[in-house]
Structures are given as structure tokens and as C-alpha cells.
Design a protein around this ligand. Structure first.
Ligand code: SF4
Length: 338
């Protein structure tokens, strides 16, 4: 482990000191530059490396197959084309009526307030998403407000990625206040990987903002492996959960990272230690550049059967796939072909 005192450093400086050079990342982990096979640098130009030092501190020094490293290190296989792996696997552009808004589900409404993430996950289904054309500006709020006000069946707004917790508390407070002004919005869900990669993001100001909102707040974090959840991260998550904020986790099933039942069982137990409930286990969205993380349906079925056999029901995440145009995530277990 790198002895890195990230617990003392505020989240804003951690966010401004990300590692973005693959060679620096390898050097930090005492790995040779040869780990980067030709093509990896080009892959990192197409989708930049971004990783917080706090997250690097959870990786095993000297292990080129560390499951946390594999999620962030650019790989030459990202340059390969494979049939069926496309730039917009969930066809989100067709659900994008107003900048920053994705209305895919009846009662829920997604707002993408920023294109920035604290970490770039190589398997991300939005790695090609044209964020710059889609960020809502202040003047777009009127449009969003009119749209939301007219759609009284929408009771939940989801702040999604980019990562909403890369925004300042001031900006988040402004958006929360705006959403609170619409009477039929009852729930605010925040999807974020920042608490896992920079746990200090869960600072007192943010926690107080969330717990004092009239909206019911759900924080959905994204952790794929128990090694991401060190004691400090668990402490931070647990503190949020104790403030009447529901904290859940979604993970993605990834070849080489968490493709064994034991790894997923350990993840669920560790989440429970942190007061976090496992929510979804997603199979990979078929995004261009991430084919090497995908698993065969039969293997997924086997792994999931073993997970079911080894966990109490409340610790089993739902195995799902998102299918473009569907009104909900599609449950997969027991489905022979997926
Ligand atoms: S944090 Fe989420 S949105 Fe950002 S790159 Fe990772 S998976 Fe994608």
C-alpha cells in the first residue's frame, strides 16, 4: 500500500491533483512502463486516464493485475472494434430532449449536471457521451422547470454522470433548492463514484445539505470490489447512512476485476459493514472499447447462482441489464440468453 495521507486532505485539492499520466500511475505502483502495451497510450488519448491518489492508495503495489488498477489503466484492447459494441449502447441521445436531461423512465428523470468524473472507469457506458453539448446552463433551468412541472407523474430526479459530486456544495444546493420548488418531486437520487475514490467528498457541509432537504435522499455509490472499501471509506459511508439517507451500491460485473462469486460475496459483506445495501449488479453495457471486460452469459449465470447460495437475500444485488428503450432495468437471472 502507498502511504498516502489522503484522509487529511480536502476533497477539492484531491480532485485537482488527479493522476492523468499512465506512466506516473505505474511508477506509483512500482510497475514497469512495459505494462502499457503499444496502443494503451493512444487509448488514453481517446478516453483520458483520471484517477485520484486516494484510490491509487488502495491498490496493491507491484501487482499488475490489481482489480482496482485494471478498472482505470488504459489498455490497447480498447482500440479494437467488436460487432455490437457501440458508442451509445443505451441510445441515450434519443432520450435527450433538453440539454442535461434524460427522460428514459415514466416516474424518474435524469439530470446530468456535469460531464466531469473524479475517475475514468475504462468500461463506462458513457465514455463517448457528448457531455459538452448537453450540460444545462442556468438559463436552461426555466425549460427544465416547465418540463418537470408538466410531467406530474415524475416524482424522482436522479443526478447522474458525469459525476454530480464533482460539483461544489454551493452548486448542488442551488439545484436541490430548484428541485424542491416542484411539489410533486419527492425523491432525489444521487449516483456517484466519488465517495469511493475520494471519501472526503462526504464532508459535513454536504451531509448537512442532504439531510436537511425536504426531498427524500438516496445516495447510490459505485463500488466493484471490497478492496475499494477501506476502513476510512466505510466510516464515511456509514456516517451518511446514519443521517436518514439511504445509501446503496451498484456494481458492474467485470472480467478480471470481480468475476468470481467469492469476490462479490466479499463486496456485499463489506458494503454491509459500511451501512450500504447492495442494489444492482449490472452486466456490462456493450460500449465500444470495453469488450475485454465482458463475460459470457453462461459464466455470469454460474457466478450469480453461487452468489445467491452464499448470501442472505438482503445482501444479494439484483443482476440486471439496461436495454435501450425499456421502461426499467431488465432482471437477468434465469434468462438463458442475455
Ligand atoms: S464514475 Fe461513473 S460516469 Fe464516471 S467514468 Fe466511472 S462509471 Fe462512468
Amino acid at each position: 500500500m502507498i502511504n498516502y495521507l489522503y484522509q487529511e486532505q480536502n476533497w477539492q485539492s484531491q480532485l485537482s491533483e488527479l493522476i492523468t499520466d499512465p506512466l506516473e500511475l505505474l511508477e506509483n505502483l512500482q510497475l514497469s512502463p512495459e505494462q502499457l502495451l503499444s496502443g494503451a497510450i493512444l487509448a488514453s488519448k481517446q478516453f483520458k486516464l483520471r484517477v485520484p491518489r486516494a484510490f491509487v492508495g488502495k491498490m496493491k503495489v507491484g501487482d499488475p493485475l490489481d482489480p482496482l488498477l485494471l478498472q482505470v489503466l488504459p489498455h490497447h484492447l480498447e482500440l479494437e472494434d467488436h460487432p455490437g459494441y457501440v458508442t451509445d449502447p443505451l441510445d441515450e441521445e434519443s432520450a435527450n430532449h433538453i440539454p442535461g436531461v434524460l427522460h428514459k423512465y415514466q416516474s424518474r428523470f435524469l439530470l446530468t449536471l456535469t460531464g466531469a468524473c473524479a475517475v475514468h472507469c475504462r468500461y463506462c457506458f458513457r465514455r463517448h457521451f457528448p457531455y459538452q453539448e448537453n450540460l444545462p446552463k442556468n438559463e436552461d433551468w426555466l425549460n427544465i422547470q416547465n418540463y418537470l412541472s408538466a410531467q406530474t407523474q415524475i416524482n424522482e430526479v436522479i443526478l447522474s454522470g458525469g459525476d454530480p459530486l464533482t460539483l461544489s456544495n454551493r452548486k448542488l444546493a442551488l439545484w436541490i433548492e430548484r428541485l424542491e420548488s416542484i411539489a410533486h418531486i419527492k425523491i432525489l437520487r444521487i449516483h456517484s463514484r466519488v465517495p469511493i475514490v475520494i471519501p472526503n467528498r462526504l464532508d459535513d457541509e454536504l451531509v448537512s445539505l442532504l439531510k436537511n432537504s425536504r426531498l427524500r435522499i438516496i445516495l447510490v455509490v459505485h463500488s466493484n470490489h471490497a478492496a475499494e472499501l477501506d476502513d476510512f471509506t466505510c466510516l464515511k459511508l456509514s456516517h451518511v447512512a446514519q443521517q436518514n439517507i439511504l445509501v446503496m451500491n451498484q456494481a458492474v460485473l467485470l472480467k478480471g476485476v470481480n468475476d468470481s462469486a467469492q469476490t462479490l460475496v466479499d463486496l456485499s459483506h463489506r458494503l454491509f459493514d459500511a451501512n450500504v445495501l447492495p442494489y444492482y449488479l449490472h452486466v456490462l453495457d456493450k460500449v465500444k472499447g470495453a469488450h475485454h471486460f465482458d463475460l459470457e452469459a453462461a459464466k455470469i449465470d454460474l457466478i450469480y447462482k453461487e452468489v445467491l447460495a452464499n448470501l442472505p437475500g438482503y445482501l444479494v444485488p439484483k443482476l440486471v441489464r439496461e436495454i435501450a428503450g425499456q421502461q426499467n432495468k431488465t432482471p437477468l437471472f434465469g434468462v438463458a440468453t442475455f
